[in-house]
Design a protein around this ligand. Sequence first.
Ligand SMILES: NC(=O)c1ccc[n+]([C@@H]2O[C@H](COP(=O)([O-])OP(=O)(O)OC[C@H]3O[C@@H](n4cnc5c(N)ncnc54)[C@H](OP(=O)(O)O)[C@@H]3O)[C@@H](O)[C@H]2O)c1
Length: 257
Amino acid sequence: MENRRFDLTGKTALITGAGRGIGLAIARALAEHGADLVLVARHAEQLDAASRQIEAATGRTARLLPFDLARIDEVNGLFDDAVEAAGRIDVLVNCAGTTVRTPSDEVSLADFKRVMDVNLTAALALSQSFCRHCRDGGKPGRIINIGSLACHAARPTIVPYTCSKMGLLGLTRTLAVEWAPHHINVNAIGPGYIATELTAPLRKDPEFDRWVLAKTPLGRWGTPQDLVGVAVLLASKAGEFITGQIFYVDGGWTALI
Ligand SMILES: NC(=O)c1ccc[n+]([C@@H]2O[C@H](COP(=O)([O-])OP(=O)(O)OC[C@H]3O[C@@H](n4cnc5c(N)ncnc54)[C@H](OP(=O)(O)O)[C@@H]3O)[C@@H](O)[C@H]2O)c1
């Protein structure tokens, strides 16, 4: 009976960046706990494969909406399409993310804006639509923002990414305190270094790989699966009294001096 505290039956989750990596793992875990899904990313083929895989494994419905979140002025329309397709959204997972690796004195303002738009501004725009949807329907909601160790500290050559992720933590805390009266809980997950396509170039660099292993007390790269437990907690009844927090799932990285 206690397991029902993690049950998501009857809920629908919209997950951005759900075509692969962390977003796909979280989407699948939410479906395994009973949620229907709306999957968002740019590449329709990847979304289609994700949807088929999840539906076959869980029996839940996983609709797909291919969309480029850099088209920031159309994000509200994306949310409306999701509601029209699924009927309701109860959980919003802002997971889509991108980066550029360039020294800060050289990074172009266009690259800076694109990363900020995808990682931060789109999360705000989707959250605004989600808030209106929950408020108008008189029902609670959960927002889960996928942050980073970059919510906590900086490293060279990724200034757009770091600004976007530190901003995402500010967004998480602001919306949590502002929307608590609407029963919308807003939290973030801060993954450590996780083996995905995003970090593939870093894992191929022996020096970087050694640095990650030395800085991670648990002594390995994380996997997308390492993040799903916290995501289910934050989406479910069990997470009802949790808001405004960031949960670092980082193998102990942020605990080490
Ligand atoms: N991997 C790590 O070590 C790590 C650590 C900390 C935080 N994170 C965060 O975790 C999140 C997921 O990262 P990941 O490692 O799983 O990366 P990934 O494997 O590269 O997946 C990124 C996802 O975001 C989607 N996406 C990228 N740009 C998009 C856009 N403009 N519009 C819509 N969707 C877009 C991608 O799909 P399309 O390419 O099809 O659009 C893909 O589904 C990101 O926010 C990242 O910052 C990752």
